[in-house]
Design a binder for this molecule. Structure first.
Ligand SMILES: [Zn+2]
Length: 684
């Protein structure tokens, strides 16, 4: 906004002079700001795309990035407030603006003038000698245009667009069917004894939902907060079986035919294969991997097979232990699919039990934060100090990262507690990305959000060990943003980092919560000030790897199915048969014949963004565990290893391939052994 208006009347969403003005933003600011920024972005696109002469970084990419950065900053603030201080008015303002913003980004990805501009830029002599980060940004832009069908001739391009649109609606229907089938199931239990074993709060919630429906007794559903405790705790075996069966046959041919996802799976796979063929690839699996770190479907399959071969003996051992325990201790001679969670919970309680309530007393907020900050200060040579900034809630804290010269390198908000109007979960948002424009430096600013219990009755907030690990995880994402030294838009911080490598810094940080040296200093009993007793820590460690073999092969079953089903371009094997063949190959637990969780319930892959990408969970775990193993070799708080991790991984952003960054840090390719060792699955 220009400065002729008095400051108080400037729309705070259009003020880019400093930190976001979270405390000043009102719902009525949203529409005018979004409209103004979309207009500005469209005008910039028109101007740079039609400028005379051949495009350069300065005349084309930079002005475009600046306009998009302003839109992104404003829209991130709106989305953030909608997520953490949701009000009916703000929700309306957000939902009114959302389609306009979504449509703009779709348009942007298919803008032929911009595609032509990027091509001309890539072909110019100056580009050949441009720095690597800039070249990578332009190459990525060209790749994304290509994958959106921009290079196709008119007829196939029209077909490609029609496929994309049909796929979008099929994915939405797939999710709707699952949700409708989930919502349609309700079991009203009138005999209280059938709920024996279940936690009191779950029983009370079931009672309340029955009452809300005007029915007697208790209502059980397929929604997680009801389904999970039934399968895990209900002593009544037939009750577990009833809910298991209903859940495993959701959206299948066994239910309402309107909600059968079977035909949708076939159609989605056919369309994805056709789109891949139009783009010149052998399969959709190949297309999916183009922007990822893994190079080919064969590489991914080999990775998954290798992990399966190593994990399976441990999975079998886990299963044998469970079967023996079930037979000898809880009177279940034959384990069925609906017994697995139940028996596992009993086994876990018998072998590895610890109380979250007890552990929490040792992790008061300030002790945890100073312990976490001390880790990054030691590793990365930066200091974290408390500061102040107006925010969206009085409980939000604000910090600055300062380097050895005393200069501020970045700042972050920390919103720790759950409260009404705040979305659940934990995440990191980039409020401001590192940029250098017109000689001015724009420091990165992160927002870290968690949903922990707020302090009560004058006592500090207390965290479970799992919550401490969540905090470290999100802080890891934050450091990726804050410690970048790449100021090139599109390659700074998390921008341009391959999708299957984004979780490296976050999962890496979690490892420190499992180090006694760190935990001892990070814990102090809220009343006595004593550190966490070593015996409790050892129980936490033992429980960490409980059934890790079984959990690993379960993940591999999904990942292998996902990759194979998208590799099979002519769909020679029906998806359901493929699911069973993968299961026979890797699974160690019983499944009934009617189980349709694969493919009918696989929302990640048929309704979400994980198609031929589900392997990424394990892939990123290998990277983070292997990166951490250098710290295990050199000392977990080694500042030399820390400086290397900062310089070769955190600082580099998306300026080079993630594999190059990893190899520069580790001195070799990623290896799987550290992950196996961390999961207690290494023989030697
Ligand atoms: Zn994450």
């Amino acid at each position: 906004m220009n400065s002729v208006e008095p400051m108080s009347e400037v729309n705070p969403l259009l003020d880019f002079s400093g930190l976001p003005r979270f405390a000043d933003i009102r719902p009525e600011h949203v529409a005018p700001a979004v409209d103004a920024l979309l207009d500005e972005a469209r005008a910039t696109i028109a101007r740079v795309a039609t400028a005379p002469g051949s495009p350069t970084w300065e005349s084309f990419v930079q002005p475009l990035s600046d306009a998009l950065d302003r839109l992104d900053r404003a829209w991130t603030q709106v989305g953030h407030l909608n997520a953490v201080v949701n009000t009916p008015e703000l929700r309306v303002a957000y939902n009114d603006a959302l389609p306009k913003v979504t449509a703009f980004y779709t348009e942007l990805g298919q803008d032929e003038r911009l595609f032509a501009g990027y091509r001309a830029l890539a072909a110019s002599p100056a580009f050949a000698v441009a720095d690597a980060a800039r070249r990578r940004v332009v190459d990525n832009a060209l790749r994304d245009f290509r994958l959106s069908g921009a290079e196709l001739a008119a007829a196939p391009k029209a077909r490609f667009k029609a496929i994309e649109e049909e796929l979008a609606s099929l994915s939405a229907r797939f999710a709707d069917n699952l949700l409708d089938a989930t919502n349609a199931f309700a079991l009203y239990v009138e005999d209280a004894s059938r709920l024996a074993g279940m936690p009191a709060d779950v029983v009370a919630a079931a009672r309340a939902s029955a009452q809300a429906d005007g029915k007697p007794g208790w209502k059980l559903t397929l929604h997680m907060p009801s389904l999970q405790p039934v399968l895990q705790y209900a002593d009544d075996r037939s009750l577990r079986e009833t809910l298991y069966r209903a859940n495993a046959t959701r959206a299948s041919e066994f239910g309402n035919p309107d909600w059968d996802n079977g035909p949708l799976v076939d159609r989605i796979l056919a369309l994805r294969a056709e789109a891949a063929a139009l783009l010149g690839y052998n399969s959709y699996a190949e297309v999916s991997l183009v922007p990822k770190m893994a190079r080919s479907p064969a590489e991914v399959i080999e990775f998954l097979h290798d992990l399966a071969a190593r994990a399976r003996p441990y999975a079998k051992r886990d299963m044998a232990e469970l079967a023996e325990f079930a037979r000898d201790e809880i009177g279940l001679p034959e384990l069925a699919a609906w017994d697995l969670l139940y028996a596992s919970e009993k086994l876990r309680q018998a072998r590895y039990s610890y109380s979250d309530q007890e552990v929490k007393q040792y992790f008061p907020e300030d002790r945890v934060l100073s312990g976490m900050f001390r880790v990054v200060e030691t590793l990365y040579g930066i200091t974290v100090r408390a500061a102040t900034a107006p925010a969206w809630d009085p409980a939000v804290r604000f910090f600055e990262l300062v380097d050895r010269t005393g200069a501020i390198v970045g700042q972050f908000y920390l919103d720790l507690y759950a409260r009404p109007g705040k979305r659940s979960g934990a995440w990191m948002d980039a409020a401001i990305k590192y940029r250098r424009t017109d000689g001015r430096v724009q420091h990165p600013v992160a927002i870290l959000v968690c949903n922990f219990a707020a302090p009560v009755a004058g006592r500090p907030a207390l965290f479970t060990h799992r919550e401490v690990a969540t905090l470290f995880h999100e802080f890891g994402h934050g450091l990726h943003l804050l410690l970048t030294r790449v100021d090139v838009p599109g390659a700074s911080g998390l921008e341009g980092v391959e999708w299957d490598a984004v979780e490296l810094p976050s999962q890496f940080m979690e490892n420190f919560c499992w180090e006694w040296d760190v935990v001892e200093k990070m814990s102090a009993h809220v009343e006595t000030g004593e550190p966490l007793p070593r015996a409790i820590f050892d129980r936490l460690l033992a429980a960490r790897n409980f059934q890790s073999g079984m959990q690993t092969v379960r993940q591999l079953e999904f990942a292998l199915f996902d990759m194979r089903v998208h590799q099979d371009a002519d769909r020679s094997v029906p998806p359901l048969a493929l699911a069973w063949s993968v299961r026979r190959e890797v699974a160690v637990v019983p499944r009934p014949d009617y189980d349709r969780s694969l493919p009918h319930g696989f929302g990640h892959v048929f309704a979400g963004g994980y198609a031929a990408g589900y392997y990424s969970y394990k892939w990123a775990e290998v990277l983070s565990a292997d990166a951490y193993s250098l710290f295990e070799e050199q000392g977990v708080l080694s500042s030399a290893a820390g400086a290397r991790f900062r310089d070769e991984i955190l600082a580099r952003g998306g300026s080079r391939p993630a594999l190059d960054s990893f190899m520069a840090f580790r001195g070799r390719k990623p290896e799987i052994s550290a992950l196996l060792r961390h999961n207690g699955m290494l023989a030697s």
